[in-house]
Design a protein around this ligand. Structure first.
Ligand code: SUG
Length: 448
């Protein structure tokens, strides 16, 4: 049965703000305590969905998690009315307040790791929500994300939504941002590449010195096991610690794959030459066709430019005619060195034919590019019919979401606005209204 790729984009929530919560994420740190524009952010996200859908690629939306999550503060000993809790947290620890307000669920590449049914031994599509245990604000997401995914992928005959891995530093998991599926075509069997930042068992293995590694080898192996991937189809690559220390906090900041193409920087992995050779050899052996590796050298693009332009965080998609397009953030156009690299990438000897640019500045300022905002799911026709239909993108859904953003979102949020009781109410009301648009139970979305 033919299968196609769907991008599940996270709707950018009404509390989108810049709090500098992600240590090791350069953009998040440099925008700490600046004012955000939630309405513009959400509209930029919607524009991306429209752009991708107009290319003929499958598109769905994932709802934002309800924020602020005041239960989180209550659990940490803040008591009183909502207003009192917020005031106390603002005075005593603004980072905790910002954590419970964070709209970080927009980056759905971190929602889960997904293996399509063609890769899994039981013939079902497997999803493991990420535990996101390495950052405080994101570690609040997994129970709610799991609930949402179970509401959307509810047919047990076709889908398995696992529990997130235990929230433990040795099992730290950041989902699809550290996972790439390679296959001759989306609708065929593929190999799955898991990228880890640290091997917590082998103490002598290289690890970053400055910034945290957010994905462990143990976590990646556990996800591959849970999904029932044949061992010869699962690859584990070690992320280069130098890249993590330069601000590459997820592998999708330095590498993107699509079908038979792998685009990466030469400093993406430990022992890169040998590992990529091994991957290419296996790919060719298993599928009888070559893997196309496009590698940019540090001379062509320094790590700092890779991080500031987010070139590798572009969305690489296959159009109906089989050609590939790279959807880049505007920052790649503005960075002359990144722009020069794009000329090499669309060289006629490669499968990538075209480059497009999108303005995602609001998300980019928090370290979230085009690829961070989407979770890729390859669905067969039967599975397309089996998911909850209210989240499938259409012209009508776009119009409804556009109006919803226009009428529920603030134009601007200052750091001190997180104390404003009206923002709490407005954000909850927005989620209630969204439940109706997406035809999902309000009880699920409000609890998430
Ligand atoms: O986890 N930023 C996110 C960005 C996630 C990008 N996702 C991928 N690369 N797939 C993070 O670091 C910043 C929030 C703040 O600082 O307010 C933040 O969470």
């Amino acid at each position: 049965m033919s299968a196609r790729e769907f991008n599940f984009d996270g709707l950018i929530g009404p509390t989108h703000n810049y709090a500098g919560l992600s240590f090791g994420n350069v953009a998040s740190a440099s925008h700490q305590n600046t004012a955000s524009n939630p309405r513009a952010a959400a509209l930029q996200g919607l524009e991306k969905m429209k752009f991708v859908a107009d290319l003929g690629i499958g598109q769905c939306v994932l709802p934002p998690l309800r924020r602020p999550r005041l239960e989180f503060l209550r659990g940490l000993g803040f008591s009183g009315s909502d207003q009192q809790i917020v005031d106390k947290a603002y005075r005593q620890c603004p980072a905790l307040l910002a954590s419970c307000f964070s709209a970080s669920s927009m980056w759905t590449a971190n929602a889960a790791t997904v293996s399509p049914s063609s890769d899994c031994q039981d013939g079902r599509l497997h999803l493991t929500p990420a535990n996101l245990s390495s950052t405080l604000h994101r570690s609040i997401e997994p129970p709610s994300t799991t609930r949402n995914l179970r509401a959307i992928f509810s047919d047990h005959e076709q889908f398995v939504v696992h529990d997130p891995l235990p929230s433990q530093s040795g099992l730290s998991d950041e989902g699809a941002a550290n996972h790439t599926r390679l296959a001759p075509a989306h609708d065929q069997e593929g190999v799955e590449v898991f990228v880890f930042g640290v091997d917590t068992i082998d103490r002598s293995a290289p690890r970053p010195g400055e910034f945290p590694a957010r994905q462990t080898l143990l976590a990646s192996q556990a996800v591959a096991r849970n999904h029932g991937l044949p061992m010869e189809r699962a690859f584990f690559l070690h992320q280069n610690p130098a890249a993590i220390d330069a601000g590459v906090f997820h592998n999708d900041v330095i590498c993107v794959g699509n079908e038979n193409v792998l685009l990466c920087h030469e400093l993406a992995f430990v022992d890169q030459d040998r590992q990529l050779k091994r991957l290419s050899t296996e790919f060719e052996k298993q599928f009888g066709s070559p893997l196309e590796v496009i590698e940019l050298s540090a001379k062509e693009l320094e790590l700092t430019d890779a991080v500031s332009s987010y070139l590798f965080n572009s969305q690489l998609v296959t159009l109906a005619n089989g050609k590939m397009t790279l959807i880049c953030p505007l920052e790649c156009k503005e960075n002359p060195r990144a722009n020069r690299c794009l000329d090499k990438i669309v060289d006629e000897s490669n499968s990538i034919e075209k480059v497009e640019f999108l303005n995602l500045r609001q998300s980019m300022n928090n370290g979230g590019g085009p690829a961070c905002l989407r979770l890729r799911v390859v669905l067969t026709e039967e599975q397309q019919a089996g998911i909850h239909q209210g989240i499938v993108y259409s012209k009508k859904l776009h119009e409804d979401l556009f109006m919803w953003v226009e009428s529920n979102y603030r134009e601007r949020v200052e750091p001190s606005d997180l104390r404003d009781p009206a923002l709490i109410r407005e954000s909850y009301d927005a989620i209630s209204a969204l439940a109706r648009i997406l035809d999902l139970p309000e009880s699920v979305l409000l609890d998430c």
